[in-house]
Ligand binder design. Structure first.
Ligand code: NAI
Length: 377
């Protein structure tokens, strides 16, 4: 079975879906891996390493995709990319259908069977395939490193003959995978760290990392199915705002990661809260792709408002693309190993069922299903 690994086409994307290590593992299982020339170069994986691992390198996309049964990618495909996919082949990638609904329809029209890696259920058996976790973990780490570099102050308290330097204060909003790693990284660098999340379970996790949990005077908890958060009531939002108003005044670096699956990210720092922040402080908004947690965030830009820098990283994982590709590739290998049974897609498997978005000309995922794409023409 031929697997095609193309170079990522989305602006700013440096990761690759399969590394030479992944090629070796899949080749040992009998797959024939074909890689576009230079696909891994921006994340540090050269064509030579792919060849040594057993891959065939292609200069052009026509020959890369010819008779490919499976294609693996990091980012959602554009219309031009989709046109290369052979009908009845299978695509495994992050699809982000809420951001790219037209492309999802095109995948269905092209009769591609599409698996969206972000729809893998959060169950124990699926942890090794969970790209959201593997990538969020690195994003949380990298956000702190970028903040430490951008701020004009040191993280740890320093006692010197010339006097004491106060430690940096870091606030993390949203304590999922990225938030927890951001807390751990900021603590390791010596910052005083506080954190907040709407899910009740996070209090203990925050405290176990030695950070302070910001409590909100409200009865409601934001726990929804699968460990995700739900959208909160207006009363809760008011109480949350009051708690944040208190703490934001003292913070040097705020890292925001709050997301609600398939919805716009909640605004946690509005214009008024922003105006309370210290001159010279910084917000790194990891939710910028889905609108951001700060009212002034612009995805892919850094702006300054009343002396506060607000950074909405275009693709923070590209700045740590070597490790991000390594983990993504391992997730892909585990996904493919689980996907295939006796040379066929195992359609009875729960992980396979939950992540399938298009099949046989139709959008099949319950959230995005409309009518058969082929009927539309
Ligand atoms: P996410 O990226 O969807 O959201 C990040 C965080 O933002 C979440 O903790 C969420 O509660 C929080 N949030 C949402 N609205 C908020 C608001 N208004 N104010 C403050 N915070 C808000 O979350 P992620 O990182 O994908 O993790 C979600 C959950 O899934 C976690 O409980 C995690 O432990 C769990 N998980 C389970 C896995 C498994 O069992 N296989 C694997 C990975 C994660």
């Amino acid at each position: 079975m031929k697997i095609a690994v193309a170079k990522e086409q989305m602006e700013g994307e440096r990761r690759v879906a399969l590394t030479p290590e992944g090629v070796k593992k899949l080749a040992a299982l009998g797959y024939k891996i074909h890689v576009q020339k230079g696909a891994g170069e921006l994340s540090g994986f050269l064509d030579e390493a792919y060849k040594e691992a057993g891959a065939e390198i292609h200069n052009d996309q026509e020959s890369l995709f010819e008779n490919a049964a499976l294609s693996v990618r990091v980012q959602p495909l554009s219309s031009q990319d989709i046109a290369y996919l052979p009908p009845h082949s299978t695509l495994i990638a992050m699809i982000k259908p809420h951001l790219f609904p037209a492309e999802l329809k095109e995948l269905a029209s092209q009769k591609v069977t599409t698996f969206g890696l972000e729809f893998i259920p959060r169950i124990t058996r699926a942890q090794s395939m969970d790209v959201l976790s593997s990538q969020s973990n690195l994003a949380g780490y990298r956000a702190v490193i970028e903040g430490a570099y951008a701020l004009n102050q040191a993280f740890p308290m320093m006692m010197t003959p010339a006097g004491t330097i106060a430690p940096t204060r870091v606030l993390v909003l949203g304590v999922g995978v990225a938030g927890l790693q951001a807390i751990a990284t900021a603590k390791r660098l010596g910052a005083i760290v506080s954190a907040f999340d709407v899910r009740a379970a996070t209090k203990e996790q925050v405290e176990s990392l030695g950070a302070t949990f910001i409590s909100v005077e409200a009865e409601e908890s934001g726990d929804a199915a699968g460990g995700y958060a739900k959208e909160m009531s207006d009363a809760y939002k008011l109480a949350q705002r009051a708690a944040l108003a208190n703490i934001l005044k003292t913070q040097d670096l705020v890292i925001t990661t709050a997301q609600i699956p398939m919805k716009k990210a909640p605004i946690l720092i509005d214009d008024e809260l922003l105006s309370l922040m210290k001159h010279g402080s910084m917000i790194i908004d990891l939710a910028s792709e889905t609108g951001g947690n700060c009212s002034k965030t612009q995805h892919g830009k850094t702006i300054t408002q009343n002396g506060v820098k607000i950074h909405g990283p275009l693709n923070i994982l590209s700045d740590i693309s070597y490790n991000a590709s390594q983990l993504f590739s391992r997730n892909i290998v585990h996904f493919i190993t689980n996907l295939m049974k006796d040379g066929k897609i195992n359609r009875d498997d729960d992980i396979v069922k939950a992540s399938c978005l298009t099949h046989e000309g139709a959008i099949v995922h319950e959230h995005f299903r409309e009518k058969r794409a082929t009927d539309a023409s």
